[in-house]
Design a protein around this ligand. Structure first.
Ligand SMILES: *[C@@H]1O[C@H](CO)[C@@H](O)[C@H](O)[C@H]1NC(C)=O
Ligand SMILES: *[C@@H]1O[C@H](CO)[C@@H](O)[C@H](O)[C@H]1NC(C)=O
Ligand SMILES: *[C@@H]1O[C@H](CO)[C@@H](O)[C@H](O)[C@H]1NC(C)=O
Length: 975
């Protein structure tokens, strides 16, 4: 028995060995594949295992054999990175059933008649670079072929008629080639066909009624060809169809109602054809539909009510047709719908509330004729906890009302477009809660108010479009936190203020349009860092100063900056130096030692200075006497003040705010109509007692009935206007002057023998004290920082510019006339008092008013030079130097008199400028600001009045000096 068994085994083995060595067909497979490989390039070495010395190819990569016959059955080389041609070697593989060469880089035409491989069932050549026509006999013996894909190649020409002989074909995919001409008529008799994809070719002709032969069809895709004609009623016979895509052709006519027989269908895509007519209730029969795209056709009539029966609907797109009426309310049943695009139709009625109630992700309603308020529709959905909404486009309708603040609860919103409606009110602050929002367009409405600061919370914003509204206020600097912003379109509003420096942080910015607003100030220099700018339109604003230099701004088109009268730079064809006073040099690198940086006017200084020195010294003598005089007076004032203060009964009273005349008590007027300046003051004023004498008058503080302090100045200039009428007229004018940097005149009191001016009380003392006296217990003088000093200089400049605009000359600008309020803001006092003098002569001016040594402009000493507001500029210049150096305008040394501006001028010329900057700044100042400010001070103290800039120019210069970077730091600190 055992012997028998071993004989059998032996015989079996012998048989196997003989079969292997003697069977030539096995070698055919090896040979065929090696020949096939020889035609290919294999850069990735995927076919390295294909070795011609092997007896069998069955273990080669990509090769599978039939286990019984050991013949190659499957060759699957998808994505092997192969290039080259598909050679004849394959024809040796007589038992091949599946050939898949998808996603390689094979090229050339297919010369080999693959279909003649009698057992081949699957051919997949998709995703290669094959080209040329498919040979006309290619399909002649394809009876066994089940599936063929030539998709994504460059095949051209007609699809061969021989295709009709592939009677077992179930899947045909010729998509994305350049096949052209008519389809072979035999294609409609491939009854086994389940999937037909001819999309993205150049095929033409009509779908014949023979389509009814494809009754096994599950899917048909004819997208993106040149098919024409109507869809035949017979399509209804393909009752197994799940998906129909006829999009992007030139099909016309109405959709056949037989479509309702496709009850298994879940996808209907007819977009971008020439279909007309109405879509009627038949569509409701297609209860499994998930996506329906009828967009870009010429459908008309109402959206059928039956659409509400399609409970499985996920996406409906009927955009760009002629649908009219309102959307059927039945759609509230479509609880699975995610995307609804009905834009560009003629839909009317209100924005339906249900669209916000069924959890839609995309709502696109633009370009219809919807009316009513969006408020009700939007707010109806706030209690839906799960907010899916990502895209809301209801632009270009006739919607009205306000944007509800509930918009902020749609936290998934990425795209919000409500432009081109008739919305009113303000942009809700809650917009800042939309962290995912990357597109916001509210343009072309009637929105007002300002752009909310909270917009900075929408940190994903890429496009922000608010143009053509009535927005006012500033562009919030919080915009700087929207760091992805590429488009910022705010044109045609009433925006004012400066362009925030923070905009320069938005490094992705490409398109900026701020045109047709009321923006002021200069363009921040760091904007030049925006390297991706494509356009930057700031035309038609009130911007001033120099355009940023560099990068985009060197080539900015003139039209982008036009309509800003005081903007300068090459692009506006206006050179900037003309705006600046000639001598100032703003080069931050300059230390002032370069002779070119010294104003030309100063080269004459020796001669002129001697004049000013003489004046100063002359005045000094006068002043020394004056100071003694005033000191004596002050002592008297103080004693009488304490007396009078005690005499004021501080109870309230019925004193009227309207002017009261009383021969005995005189006339008291409070401009604000403050009734609390009552009997107390009355009593005081009634006393008609002298409170003191001196220069222009003595001032003291008193407390009103309501606890408010005022400063009262008793005028003691003997030659004051005589008539009450003239006095009142001038004082009332002064009372109308309001400026944050001027001490407000709040009222006055007049009797023939006593005139009082009632001023706002400023708590922080005067600048003189801050600069020269402010000592604490340890004897250290309190020290203003550079920013405080700069702010004081700027404030004074603004106040003077304001006065000069009103044609008022101060005549008496000096540090003791500059009061500092609790916030460190300067307030200039004693303005306009010269108007109360009957006559302005030099004597009165220089002796009575311009009593402060060192501030007096040289022209006071020169009878032939007219005294203009430039004398204030001189005083301002001295004040600037005083603030920067911390030294008095004139200082008396042991045997020397130091005139401040001469000293600074000399130091600047000799490069010792650091020595004269206030030591209390302890080096904590930006030299690039301090030095130009000092130079500005010197320009202002030019000996020739016409060489001094006017105060408006001074403000411009100060704006230029303050470097944007330190400005933005401050902004961050305060914000
Ligand atoms: C395909 O082949 C062509 C020509 O040999 C070559 O230029 C191209 O880079 C290849 N593409 C890929 C994806 O390998
Ligand atoms: C046809 O082939 C392309 C490319 O491989 C593929 O994207 C497409 O889905 C196929 N068509 C069908 C109906 O499967
Ligand atoms: C200032 O000096 C720096 C470095 O020396 C130079 O890069 C810059 O261009 C100079 N600025 C001006 C305005 O000259």
């Amino acid at each position: 028995m055992r012997k028998l068994l071993s004989i059998c085994l032996f015989l079996l083995l012998a048989h196997v060995i003989t079969v292997k060595s003697l069977n030539p067909t096995l070698d055919d497979d090896v040979l065929g594949l090696i020949v096939f490989k020889a035609d290919l390039q294999d850069p990735d070495g995927k076919l390295a295992s294909w070795n011609e010395d092997d007896d069998s190819p069955c273990k080669w990569k990509g090769v599978r054999c039939n286990p019984r016959s050991n013949r190659v059955s499957d060759l699957v080389l998808d994505g092997f990175g192969l290039s080259g041609k598909m050679g004849r070697g394959l024809m040796q593989l007589k038992f091949l059933t599946k050939l898949s060469l998808a996603k390689n880089n094979l090229t050339g035409s297919i010369g080999v008649n693959l279909a003649q491989l009698a057992s081949l069932r699957v051919i997949d050549l998709s995703g290669n670079g094959f080209s040329g026509p498919v040979p006309s006999n290619f399909f002649e013996q394809c009876g066994s072929l089940r599936s063929i894909s030539l998709a994504n190649n460059k095949f051209s020409g007609k699809i061969p008629d021989s295709l009709a002989s592939c009677s077992s074909l179930g899947t045909l995919n010729f998509s994305s080639n350049q096949f052209s001409g008519l389809l072979p008529s035999g294609i409609w008799s491939l009854h086994g066909l389940r999937s037909l994809d001819l999309s993205d070719n150049l095929l033409e002709g009509e779908i014949p009624k023979e389509i009814e032969g494809l009754y096994n069809l599950r899917e048909i895709r004819l997208r993106k060809n040149q098919f024409t004609g109507e869809v035949p009623d017979e399509i209804g016979a393909c009752a197994l169809l799940r998906s129909v895509d006829l999009s992007e052709n030139s099909f016309s006519g109405a959709l056949p109602t037989t479509l309702q027989q496709l009850s298994l269908c879940n996808n209907l895509n007819f977009h971008s054809n020439l279909f007309t007519g109405e879509v009627t209730e038949w569509i409701g029969e297609l209860g499994r539909l998930q996506t329906v795209d009828l967009s870009n056709n010429m459908f008309s009539g109402a959206v059928p009510n039956a659409i509400g029966n399609i409970l499985s609907l996920k996406a409906l797109n009927i955009s760009n047709n002629g649908f009219s009426g309102s959307l059927p309310a039945s759609m509230v049943n479509c609880q699975n719908i995610e995307s609804l695009d009905v834009s560009r139709n003629s839909l009317t009625g209100f924005l339906p509330t249900w669209v916000f109630q069924i959890g839609l992700q995309n709502i696109l309603f633009s370009e219809n004729k919807l009316t009513g308020s969006i408020y009700g529709a939007l707010t109806s959905s706030i209690d839906i906890s799960h907010q899916n909404l990502q895209v809301l486009d209801i632009s270009h309708n006739a919607l009205s009302g306000e944007i509800p603040s509930e918009i902020g609860s749609f936290t998934s919103l990425r795209f919000l477009n409500i432009s081109k409606n008739a919305l009113m009110g303000e942009i809700p602050e809650t917009i800042g809660k939309l962290k995912a929002l990357d597109f916001l367009d509210l343009s072309e409405n009637q929105l007002n108010g300002s752009i909310p600061h909270e917009i900075g919370g929408a940190t994903s914003l890429k496009d922000l479009i608010l143009s053509r509204n009535s927005l006012d206020g500033n562009i919030p600097s919080s915009i700087g936190t929207c760091s992805s912003l590429t488009s910022l379109i705010l044109s045609r509003n009433n925006l004012s203020g400066q362009i925030p420096v923070a905009m320069a942080k938005l490094s992705d910015l490409e398109y900026v349009d701020l045109s047709f607003n009321k923006l002021t100030g200069t363009l921040p220099k760091p904007l030049a860092n925006l390297v991706h700018l494509v356009s930057f339109n700031v035309s038609h604003n009130q911007l001033q100063g120099e355009l940023p230099a560099g990068a985009f701004f060197n080539t900015i088109s003139p039209s982008s900056v036009a309509g800003n009268p005081t903007l300068c730079g090459a692009a506006v064809n206006k050179s900037c130096p003309a705006v600046l006073p000639k001598p100032i040099v703003l080069n931050p690198n300059s230390t002032g030692t370069d002779p070119e940086t010294i104003p030309p006017t100063l080269t004459h200084k020796r001669i002129l200075l001697s004049i000013s020195a003489l004046i100063a010294i002359g005045a000094a003598a006068f002043i020394v006497i004056g100071i003694i005089f005033i000191t004596v007076l002050n002592l008297r004032v103080r004693s009488s003040m304490s007396r009078s203060a005690a005499a004021i009964p501080l109870s309230g009273g019925d004193f009227s705010s309207s002017p009261t005349t009383d021969t005995n008590s005189g006339k008291l007027v409070m401009f604000s109509g403050d009734p609390d300046f009552s009997t107390g003051a009355h009593a005081l004023l009634n006393k008609d007692c002298e409170l003191g004498r001196g220069g222009f008058g003595a001032v003291y503080r008193t407390v009103l009935g309501d606890g408010r302090s005022v400063a009262i100045k008793k005028l003691t200039v003997s030659s004051l206007v005589k008539s009450q009428e003239d006095f009142e007229r001038e004082v009332k004018k002064l009372g109308k002057i309001h400026h944050p940097n001027l001490v407000a005149l709040e009222g006055y009191y007049w009797t023939p023998s006593l005139q009082l001016l009632i001023y706002e009380f400023v708590s922080g003392g005067n600048l003189y004290k801050h600069l020269h006296e402010g000592e604490d217990e340890d004897g250290n003088r309190s020290s203003l920082t550079w920013n405080e000093r700069f702010n004081i200089i700027l404030g004074i400049a603004k106040s003077m510019a304001h006065l000069h605009q009103l044609n008022i000359i101060h005549y008496n600008l000096k540090s003791s006339n500059v009061l500092i309020d609790g916030l460190g803001e300067p307030k200039v006092a004693d303005f306009g008092l010269a108007r109360l003098l009957p006559m302005l002569d030099r004597y009165v001016l220089s002796s009575k008013i311009q009593s402060a040594l060192g501030y007096m402009a040289p022209e006071f000493a020169c009878k032939t030079v007219k005294i203009t507001e430039k004398c204030d500029v001189y005083g301002f210049g001295v004040l600037v130097l005083e603030i920067v150096t911390g030294r008095r305008p004139v200082e008396y040394m042991e045997d020397d008199v130091v005139i401040l501006c001469d000293m600074v001028r000399g130091a600047l010329e000799e490069g010792r400028v650091d020595e004269c900057i206030d030591q209390r700044l302890q080096g904590k100042f930006p030299a690039e600001e301090v030095i130009p400010v000092m130079k500005l001070g010197l320009i202002c103290t030019s000996q020739v009045p016409s060489n001094r800039p006017d105060m408006a120019e001074v403000i411009n210069i100060l704006g230029l000096i303050k470097c944007p970077s330190s400005e933005s730091q401050e902004e961050e600190e305060s914000g």
